[in-house]
Design a protein around this ligand. Structure first.
Ligand code: AMP
Ligand code: ZN
Length: 142
């Protein structure tokens, strides 16, 4: 995909700072890090979103994320924790439509946070959880 910036990174057409690569994926520094050390892991083959990503490749991406997370904890970055984040779809904050796993090293007081919706803190009734689970289960069977 010539108009995809992450494909261009895979092809070496635009600069990137890589931390890891193998036959299936590459990992490089995010140009706008959420915390110091923020890395993106991407498949070499273009997949716009999760639905396009072969499950085996997804599994491999996660394993590479684990490897990098371990290195971040061991490294002089001294990560005390790690967040994985994957945005699938515009509403989920995906801005680059080539699947990527964010690996975000965390340290106390790094300033990174999550914003919750207005309904958070008002747990739904069990019946509501069951109704919602039913909607997902029904689709899983399709
Ligand atoms: P997302 O919102 O999950 O789609 O995240 C896209 C991420 O890609 C953002 O964190 C960007 O800072 C990052 N990004 C965009 N262009 C580049 C690039 N050329 N090199 C490294 N990271 C990039
Ligand atoms: Zn791509």
């Amino acid at each position: 995909m010539t108009d995809c910036i992450f494909c261009q990174i895979v092809e070496g057409k635009i600069p990137s700072t890589k931390v890891y690569q193998d036959d299936v994926c590459i990992a490089f520094m995010d140009i706008q890090p959420l915390t110091r050390g923020h890395v993106l892991v991407i498949p070499r083959s273009h997949a716009g979103g999760l639905a396009d990503l072969p499950p085996q490749t997804g599994g491999h991406l996660f394993q590479v994320g684990q490897k990098i997370a371990k290195a971040m904890r061991k490294s002089s970055l001294k990560a005390e924790g790690i967040n994985f984040f994957l945005a699938d779809g515009k509403v989920a904050f995906q801005t680059v439509f080539h699947v990527h796993l964010h690996v975000i090293p965390r340290t106390e007081g790094d300033g990174f946070g999550l914003k919750f919706g207005a309904e958070y803190g008002k747990p739904p009734e069990r019946s509501e959880l069951e109704r919602t689970a039913g909607q997902i289960q029904e689709a899983l069977g399709k």
